[in-house]
Structures are given as C-alpha cells and as structure tokens.
Design a protein around this ligand. Structure first.
Ligand SMILES: Nc1ncnc2c1ncn2[C@@H]1O[C@H](COP(=O)(O)OP(=O)(O)OP(=O)(O)O)[C@@H](O)[C@H]1O
Length: 266
C-alpha cells in the first residue's frame, strides 16, 4: 500500500520528499502540486515533455531555487546549497578547459573547503573506476564526450552526498556512446548504491537504469504516474537487468502515461 506521494507506511524514512510543490516564474506556472518520494538507495527517473519543468525540479531539490508553495525535504530537512546533502550534475558538463581533468574533478571538494592535496587525492582514487586512469593530467579538450561526462560525474560523486541529481547526463552524446555510458552507470550504481534522481527524455534509459519512473504532465507539471520497474531482487554481482519482454512492457506503460491526459495515468 502506498500513500499518494509514493511513500509506504512502515518503510524507512525517505531520502527525498516533495509535497504539493508549486513553482512559477513571473506569471508562468511551471510546477503545480508536485508529489514525489525517493527512498535511500533508490534510482528514480523523472521523465516528461520538453519544457515541463524537469530542470526546475532539480534546481529546487538542490536548494538553488525555492518553491512558490509546498515542501521539499532531503533527509527530513529543507535543501540548502550549503547543507551538503545534495550533489547536482547539471546538463552541461561545465569542466573548465584550462584546468586539468584531475583539477576539475577535485573542484567541488575544494569549493567545500577540503585542502587541495586532499581533494585531489580523493578524486584521483576514483579515476580507475570511472575509466579515466591515465588522463589525470590531460585537459578536458583532450577527452571524448563520454569521458568528459564521466569526469563530470566523478566530480559530483566524489562529494559523497546522500542524494545525487543527474540532469540528462547523456543527452548530448551520440547514441552508441550513450548506450555504453548507460550500461556503465548501471554497473556503477550497482557497486555504489547511490540514491539518484535522474532527469531524462529517453524512455529506454529510464527503464534500463531506474527502480521507479515518475512521469510528468506538460506544464504546469505534476507527477501523473509512478511506475515501479520490476527488477530482479538485489544480490549477485551484476546490475539487475530486465528481460526484453518485461522491458518492452514497462516502456509501453511509460509511453501510455506520457500520452495520457493529466491525472489519468496513475
Ligand atoms: N529562471 C527562470 N526564469 C524564468 N523562467 C524559467 C526559469 N527557469 C525555467 N524557466 C521556464 O520554466 C519552464 C520549464 O523549464 P525547465 O528547464 O525546467 O524545463 P525542462 O523540462 O527541464 O525542459 P527540457 O526538457 O527542454 O530540458 C520553461 O518554460 C522555462 O522557460
């Protein structure tokens, strides 16, 4: 049994809750009555029409912006950029071209007050897992698009915050590189068990990666469907891939929810 925002009575406290969230800009109604809940260790995908307010939603959860009405709680507290609970990877990788890859990936830690040598030591420890070993002293311009996105993700993950927000991390990549990085991210998530909110336009990406898919209506956006992806139980040493028939069924459900009039697809 779930409550309307997707929380289950008796379940552990959610990592993220949005209750009745409205957001508008100068007369433009972007989010209206948005409800969302994400449990610790859950991979949640948010999918919706272009311009529906997905990036706006992540800006609110990161604490960069405030809702007009409603409540947002990360581990029971309102998000604040300085609270250290949320790590946000925006759409553009924003690596500084004049800094080495290692210096770029340590930047978030340094901004948080970690000493430079310690920040670089912690970032360097992840280079192998992120497929970047040997590129510590290269510059972003010397990396492929996929490597740049992995470096941007490393810079985000190394902050070790409880909630990871990813805004279309693979949107700008060619389809082969995107598939490769999606599979890689599935493995990484299996290893590290991050709590993730992923914004994407790509239904297959959502089905490949997520435990739950939250479908937004057109603007003003609310969550019109919360679809649980029936993954095999955790355990074993690989990501919990769906069989092709189940994956196709879930894709159909997401498509139907995207096509349904607001409120009709729960
Ligand atoms: N700071 C702002 N000031 C005014 N309007 C804004 C601001 N940020 C976003 N908007 C508007 O809010 C609406 C939703 O934008 P948002 O970028 O959140 O949508 P999105 O779903 O992420 O879009 P896309 O899928 O194209 O990336 C758009 O009409 C946008 O112009």
């Amino acid at each position: 049994m779930s409550t309307p925002d997707g929380t289950t009575p008796g379940a552990p406290d959610p990592r993220l809750v949005l209750r009745g969230v409205d957001k508008g800009y100068d007369g433009l109604d972007v989010l209206r009555g948005l409800e969302l809940s994400v449990q610790p260790g859950e991979f949640a995908a948010v999918i919706g029409p272009s311009g529906s307010g997905k990036s706006t939603l992540l800006n609110l959860v990161s604490g960069l912006d405030r809702p007009t009405a409603g409540e947002i709680l990360v581990d029971g507290e309102p998000p604040r950029t300085r609270s250290g609970r949320v790590a946000y990877m925006p759409q553009k990788d924003l690596l500084f071209p004049w800094r080495t890859v290692l210096a770029n990936t340590a930047l978030g830690l340094e901004a948080q007050g970690v000493r430079r040598t310690e920040a670089r030591r912690r970032a360097a420890a992840l280079f192998d897992a992120f497929g970047l070993d040997g590129f510590q002293h290269s510059y972003p311009g010397q990396l492929s698009g996929g490597m740049r996105q992995r470096a941007a993700l490393l810079r985000t993950v190394v902050l070790e915050r409880p909630l990871l927000l990813l805004d279309e991390p693979f949107g700008a990549l060619d389809s082969l590189t995107r598939r490769e990085l999606q599979r890689w991210l599935a493995h990484m998530w299996h290893t590290y068990r991050w709590t993730v909110v992923l914004v994407t336009h790509d239904i297959r990406e959502a089905v490949l990666l997520a435990d739950t898919i939250h479908v937004l209506s057109p603007r003003p956006a609310s969550v019109t469907a919360r679809i649980e992806v029936p993954r095999p139980p955790r355990g074993g040493d690989g990501p919990r891939a769906l069989d092709a028939v189940t994956a196709a069924e879930v894709e159909e459900r997401v498509l139907a929810a995207l096509a349904a009039p607001s409120g009709a697809a729960r």
